[in-house]
Design a protein around this ligand. Structure first.
Ligand code: SF4
Length: 432
């Protein structure tokens, strides 16, 4: 085994959820990235963490390509390559892993949190990374905490990597003090600029304390308990939410903070929990709402009436479809999602236009047939499908971009709309 670092470095709306009969359940071949991809945005967020993938050269190439646009002097992710000797059982993979980690920590003493990230190969050779993490934590404590999660999977989707990573942090969170005042915990990686904006908005409503998971600093672990109100910032955190709820946190049901309407409803759901009066809420949010509304108006002419088809990939599909249909008047052809979490998405599904076609899971060939037949103006899909569809004359948007770009909150509503307007504008310019 050797380490390979990268080359360069509840809303007021009370309508019923979308009818179950509108959901097409698919169980066929999938075209998705695995959970390792999440490392690309998580390593930027948790600034003193390091992600060591225990995997093959394929895993290393995936991470390098996904992160290829970023150049770091000191990257904070790498792959401990499981080679033929490890696979043939000729080497003790645990000894090899210990050696790689010792070398890494010697070279990078600034690392405070190390994630051992499991992959298909590490699971094939049944390498027990939870035991390895416990062993290494003992060796390197108190300066270094070692955790593990799995990023592998053909049956998963790429955002599940973040869910698994955050769920691995939950047992590390301290218990809140007995009788602690209610606190707000926002779960889901947000760009720092977005986190700062939300922090200011909550402060303007006198909601405190507000904490984030993950935090920028790995030592900054938010306490959790029965007085923790949990607000999800991302729709793909099923395991994390379950783990936090098992520790007593109470989830606030809300749409996700995409677009002006989504952001207002998300903030309102938190404000209601903390008894923020209407006047205070309006004063805190009016300027942001107005700015977001204005910038969205600028994008409306290029998007209104255009049709859009979502292949299942990021799990952001339902909130995006809600935003694009309600705030930009786009026509939704199909909303494909790898998995529809009925509870977490309840508020979103109730806001989709009546009769919206929802599909859960994937049978890629059948879905491609539906997409070709519909000829949507824009198709949101994974990298693997985008090129062939572009070659057939369909305009596409890579769903992974929606994870790499700050899109939540009022100030980002325009950038979010632009992500969808850009391919259509480019097409118009080419035609001209
Ligand atoms: Fe590695 Fe498996 Fe992901 Fe392929 S699908 S990159 S083998 S973890």
């Amino acid at each position: 085994m050797n380490a390979q670092t990268p080359l360069a470095s509840p809303i007021a709306t009370a309508s019923a959820p979308a009818a179950e009969q509108n959901i097409l359940r698919e169980r066929g071949q999938r075209e998705v990235f695995c959970g390792l991809t999440g490392i690309v945005w998580l390593h930027r967020k948790i600034q003193d963490a390091f992600f060591l993938v225990v995997g093959s050269r394929t895993c290393a190439h995936l991470i390098q390509s996904a992160a290829g646009v970023m150049v770091f002097a000191e990257p904070r992710f790498a792959t401990a390559i499981i080679d033929e000797r490890d696979l043939a059982g000729l080497a003790d993979a645990n000894d090899e892993l210990d050696r790689v980690v010792a070398k890494l920590i010697e070279r990078r003493p600034d690392i405070r949190l190390l994630f051992l990230v499991g992959s298909c190969p590490s699971e094939v050779i049944k390498l027990d990374l939870s035991r390895a993490a416990a062993r290494l934590s003992k060796v390197f404590s108190p300066g270094l905490r070692v955790l593990n999660y799995s990023g592998s999977g053909i049956e998963t989707t790429f955002t599940q990597g973040e869910d698994a990573c955050l769920a691995s942090l939950v047992p590390e969170l301290p218990a809140e003090a007995p009788g602690a005042a209610p606190s707000l915990l926002i779960a889901g990686a947000l760009a720092d600029v977005v986190e700062d904006q939300f922090t200011r908005l909550f402060a303007a409503m006198s909601i405190a304390p507000v904490r984030f998971l993950p935090a920028r600093n790995s030592q900054d672990l938010p306490p959790v308990g029965p007085n923790t109100r949990l607000l999800l910032a991302q729709p793909f955190l099923a395991e994390t939410a379950r783990a936090l709820e098992n520790r007593g946190a109470r989830r606030i049901s809300a749409p996700f903070p995409l677009g002006a309407e989504g952001t207002t409803a998300w903030l309102q759901a938190a404000a209601d929990q903390f008894d923020v009066d209407e006047e205070t809420f309006d004063a805190a949010t009016a300027a942001g709402r107005e700015r977001a509304g204005r910038v969205l108006e600028r994008h409306r002419p290029s998007l209104a009436g255009k049709s859009i088809f979502f292949f299942p990939d990021s799990q952001l599909e339902a909130p995006l479809a809600r935003f694009l249909s309600r705030e930009l008047s786009m026509r939704i052809v199909e909303v494909g999602a790898p998995y529809l979490h009925r509870q977490h998405l309840a508020a979103e599904l109730s806001l989709l236009p009546a009769g919206t076609m929802l599909s859960e899971g994937q049978d890629v060939d059948r879905q491609l047939d539906r997409c070709r037949a519909a000829k949507p103006d824009l198709t949101v899909c994974g990298l693997g499908l985008a090129n062939p569809l572009e070659a057939e004359g369909l305009r596409t948007k890579w769903s992974i971009e929606l994870l790499f770009t700050p899109i939540q909150g009022y100030e980002q509503a325009g950038d979010l709309a632009e992500l969808f307007a850009r391919p259509l504008d480019r097409q118009n310019r080419l035609k001209a």
